[in-house]
Design a protein around this ligand. Structure first.
Ligand code: LMR
Length: 398
């Protein structure tokens, strides 16, 4: 039976990670997967995480099951982190949260939940969107459609086209919106656009699904959640998928959360039993480690302050490199306009170079980026930025 399986294409992001690891070139540069690296090119464990892990080792006295919703302390923290301490949806007891195996786990649980609530729902995603969104939703049996978002020509948003297309989305469908640090383009909705998005959600009756995988990597923890908080104050229902992979650097621990905001606390109870039953049917309950680490950090004012500091360091380093890329390109005599890189947020930007140029960068210079020309800016450091800028200048000359 297994011989009947059809070949499957390598994942565009994870395949790149494997290719980079195998490349023996000492000058190789990894701008592929969205993983933070420091000035030494290392993805270090955050200090606050190390301290929380030491605490966990000391305090943990049981390995019994934690239950389908996962760690309840973590869930309460993650709701406050996303919505803010006294958001109306929290005060009205309208939110139920389950901690999940990573942000991808959150999205899959959300998809199965949507399927239960409305088996005919179509989920609308931005063009372009994270490489895994479409296949993940289709695997859960949802229909997927795209709406206009990034403009490859102007390096901004296709604002009017986007809102015209969203104005056609029928009630009962779901629209995925990136909370901040749009993956892959780095181009976010501004506050006025969040307001327009909210108006349309109310007018059309579609349900927003907010994907927040990079809270704190754009402008700050609260700033990055501003659109989500505004939206959640006005619509009666939404789904939120969040992740602690990037902002706590807990990638391999697989820790994320799905939060369902319902119209009132009664519907919330209905949403909760369904959410837990979805979890039970997929993996019973999530692994505990990452959630307890995050809980330990957020339970402690001291560790929270350390986390804020470490998160700000990561964010600032990436933002500094956004300007540095522009300066280094200019110093190499590149005349094309790359100023858009400084206007974008989070780990990624599209360079906007073509496939032949991307292939040359990989084959001749061992510089790895996603085939769409998405670069993970955190892969740059003082030791490789000149090499990178020179290589780009070479391929642009043709
Ligand atoms: C990325 O977009 O690079 C990250 O979200 C990692 C992944 O799983 O694709």
């Amino acid at each position: 039976m297994f011989a009947q399986l059809k070949p499957v294409a390598t994942d565009p992001i994870l395949g790149l990670m494997a290719a980079y690891r195998e490349d023996p070139n000492p000058l190789k540069v990894d701008l592929g997967v969205g993983v933070y690296k420091d000035e030494q090119g290392h993805t270090a464990v955050l200090k606050c995480v190390k301290e929380a892990e030491a605490l966990r080792l000391k305090q943990e006295d049981s390995k019994t099951y934690i239950g389908m919703a996962g760690d309840l302390g973590f869930n309460a923290h993650i709701e406050k982190l996303a919505f803010g301490n006294s958001h109306p949806v929290l005060l009205a007891n309208r939110v139920t949260t389950a901690h999940t195996p990573g942000g991808t786990g959150a999205l899959r649980v959300a998809a199965e939940f949507i399927k239960r609530a409305n088996p005919d729902a179509t989920i609308w995603v931005t063009t372009p969107t994270w490489a895994n969104h479409i296949s993940l939703f289709q695997a859960a049996g949802l229909k997927v459609k795209e709406y206009a978002y990034y403009d490859y020509d102007t390096k901004g948003l296709k604002t009017e086209q986007m809102f015209a297309e969203l104005a056609q989305v029928p009630a009962g469908d779901v629209v995925l919106v990136h909370a901040c640090c749009h993956n892959p383009s780095g181009m976010d909705l501004n506050f006025e656009q969040w307001q327009r998005f909210t108006e349309l959600a109310l007018e059309r009756g579609f349900t927003p699904l907010v994907d927040m995988a990079y809270q704190g990597f754009g402008s700050g923890l609260d700033e990055d959640a501003k659109g989500l908080r505004y939206l959640a104050e006005r619509v009666s229902e939404l789904l939120l998928c969040s992740s602690c992979s990037k902002n706590f650097g807990l990638y391999r621990e697989r820790i994320g959360a799905v939060s369902i905001v319902s119209a009132d606390s009664q519907v919330m109870e209905l949403a909760k039993v369904n959410l837990l039953s979805v979890v039970r049917s997929i993996y019973s309950m999530p692994p505990a480690h990452g959630a307890i680490i995050v809980s330990h950090i957020l339970d402690s004012a001291e560790l929270t302050a350390l986390w804020h500091q470490e998160l700000a360091e990561m964010r600032d380093r990436i933002n500094n490199y956004r300007q540095l890329i522009i300066d280094k390109f200019a110093a190499e005599g590149i005349t094309q306009d790359f100023s858009f890189i400084a206007r974008q947020h989070g780990m990624f930007s599209f360079l906007g170079i073509n496939k032949a140029q991307i292939d040359r960068l990989r084959d001749e210079f061992s510089i790895y980026m996603v085939g769409s020309s998405r670069v993970s800016i955190a892969g740059l450091n003082h030791a490789n930025i000149d090499y990178f800028a020179k290589a780009v200048a070479t391929v642009l000359k043709g």
